[in-house]
Design a binder for this molecule. Structure first.
Ligand SMILES: Cc1ncc(COP(=O)(O)O)c(C=O)c1O
Ligand SMILES: *[C@@H]1O[C@H](CO)[C@@H](O)[C@H](O)[C@H]1NC(C)=O
Ligand SMILES: *[C@@H]1O[C@H](CO)[C@@H](O)[C@H](O)[C@H]1NC(C)=O
Ligand SMILES: *[C@@H]1O[C@H](CO)[C@@H](O)[C@H](O)[C@H]1NC(C)=O
Ligand SMILES: *[C@@H]1O[C@H](CO)[C@@H](O)[C@H](O)[C@H]1NC(C)=O
Length: 466
């Protein structure tokens, strides 16, 4: 036994020295761009079945696409090589061709601003999935939700201080999108002779209306804006289900319930990236999403935090009937991502995310301050408990208003300036407003800022130099 140990030690030392030499050569000769490889503890078992996949993953990730695109393991293949998927406005087989007249696309809420963080944390965030990983419908405890993942969700809420989770139930969904309707279903009245009234405050995220209409249930019906409802039905607030989006999409406001009935708090953006965290949200039904926390919208993962047991069971039943639970592969990946998110008490992730958003807002504010034709929403300073500091919000979207009387189609005005936004009527507001996404990649944001600057410079008739 002792002899084997000694032997192993000697062998390890030898291997370690050899590897060190190899790495030193690689570092000085071969570039070694992914850096910080740990090779002190090389007395690990030799990798077998994961090695080939790891090599493939790294080879594809190393395809540069001129820095203006990405290649993926599951992308299309041309002549045995994965092809580059180019960023907007870039083309060519290696994404090196920029279209100079390209419009800045600030339409979607794709949270790619967080991609650089995950590249910086490549080592900690990579996941290996074996060919036989969790083939069963269920976990060993007969549930379809990973207990360890639930622990990490509670941990991150505790760390950030944005939601009370003690004694609450948690249900996972395919994105928060699936949970929005699950929540409406769970809160709707069982009285078949009248349907529950679903409402939100203008401007609101259009999915609430779209889903409620699409599912076309006898138990619930979309009734539009809370304020008009209130003025028309002041006596009759009993069976309402109100979506409270806080911070709000599109305008970033920290909304509160208007009607005081049953509520669904959509906290997709209640993270330090976008708003000061003023305290733990303590509502009966709160919905969160990985999409706007870590930026992994493609992973399709969200969760609901629920106070009441009956409501919890109904949401669980909905997920079960819709899907028999959500993907185990997804849950594995989310667990890995949240482990990185909670590292250093969350400081690395949230500082990166907040600093990126704050810098974007500083530059955006500076452009809009020179304009009289366009304005953006006011941002309020609040004390952020997470950063222990008073800060301005840095919302995910700019809610742009065209101030000129004749500019009642703000989307068209911006489009003429080569900027694609999402028009106000999408959010049941006036088309004098347009939403611009600020959470896309830095390439998208740079082009947006350039187009906005050009538009503002043209405002006073002649092109002026700054
Ligand atoms: C307010 C709000 N809720 C929910 C969602 C849905 O997100 P996901 O389904 O990716 O969790 C979004 C996406 O943009 C959103 O803005
Ligand atoms: C169902 O709704 C109708 C109409 O609002 C009401 O008259 C009735 O009392 C309700 N029944 C129950 C069991 O709540
Ligand atoms: C409320 O009443 C006003 C007129 O008083 C009407 O224009 C509006 O459509 C009504 N809203 C709803 C939600 O019924
Ligand atoms: C928060 O900041 C204040 C003032 O800077 C300081 O006195 C206090 O100790 C800080 N609180 C925590 C929990 O760090
Ligand atoms: C355009 O003119 C207005 C009013 O004179 C001024 O406030 C604004 O700063 C000018 N904009 C630019 C971009 O020069």
């Amino acid at each position: 036994m002792g002899k084997t140990k000694k032997y192993c030690f000697g062998l390890c030392l030898l291997i370690s020295v050899a590897i060190n030499i190899l790495f030193s050569i690689n570092l000085y000769v071969g570039g070694g761009q992914w850096g910080e490889k740990k090779h002190e503890d090389s007395c690990q078992p030799v990798l077998s079945w994961s090695e080939k996949a790891a090599a493939e993953a790294e080879a594809v990730a190393a395809i540069s696409c001129s820095g203006h695109g990405r290649a993926y393991v599951d992308g299309l293949v041309f002549e045995g090589q994965p092809i580059c998927e180019c960023f907007d406005c870039y083309g060519g087989s290696d994404c090196s061709e920029l279209s100079p007249e390209c419009s800045a696309d600030a339409d979607s809420g794709d949270p790619l601003f967080l991609e650089p963080f995950w590249m910086q944390h490549a080592t900690e965030s990579a996941v290996v999935i074996s060919g036989w990983h969790r083939m069963s419908y269920r976990y060993a405890d007969y549930t379809t939700m990973s207990k360890e993942l639930e622990n990490y969700i509670r941990k991150i809420h505790l760390l950030v201080g944005n939601a009370a989770t003690e004694g609450r139930y948690i249900v996972f969904g395919i994105g928060s999108t699936q949970l929005l309707n699950a929540a409406v279903y769970a809160l709707s009245s069982e009285n078949s002779s009248s349907s529950s009234n679903v409402l939100a405050s203008i401007p609101f995220y259009p999915m609430y209306k779209a889903q409620t209409a699409f599912f076309n249930s006898e138990s619930f019906e979309f009734e539009g804006d809370t304020y008009s409802w209130q003025s028309n039905n002041s006596k009759n607030n009993e069976d309402v289900i109100e979506f409270v989006t806080s911070p709000n999409n599109p305008d970033g406001e920290l909304k509160k319930s208007v009607l005081g009935g049953k509520t669904i708090y959509d906290h997709a953006y209640y993270w330090p990236h976008f708003t000061p965290i003023t305290g733990p949200s303590d509502h009966d039904l709160m919905i969160f999403t990985l999409s706007k926390l870590t930026g992994h919208a493609g992973t399709r993962f969200g969760w609901a935090v629920i106070k009441d047991k009956d409501v919890y069971e109904k949401v669980l039943n909905y997920i079960s009937i819709a899907d028999l639970g959500i993907s185990k592969d997804t849950q594995l990946r989310v667990l890995k991502l949240l482990k990185v998110a909670v590292e250093g008490d969350g400081k690395p992730l949230f500082e990166f995310a907040y600093n990126t958003m704050r810098e974007r807002w500083d530059r955006l504010t500076s452009v809009f301050s020179k304009s009289t034709r366009f304005s953006i929403q006011k941002r309020h300073p609040l004390h952020c408990n997470f950063f222990n500091e008073t800060r301005l919000a840095s919302p995910a979207y700019a809610w742009v208003k065209c101030e000129r009387e004749e500019d009642d189609d703000c989307g068209a005005v911006l489009e003429a300036g080569k900027i694609i936004g999402r028009i106000g009527s999408t959010f049941s507001a006036k088309d004098r407003y347009t939403r611009l996404s600020l959470i896309k990649s830095k390439y998208d944001f740079e082009l947006l800022l350039q187009r906005l600057t050009e538009l503002v410079l043209r405002e006073n008739g002649s092109i002026q130099t700054m």
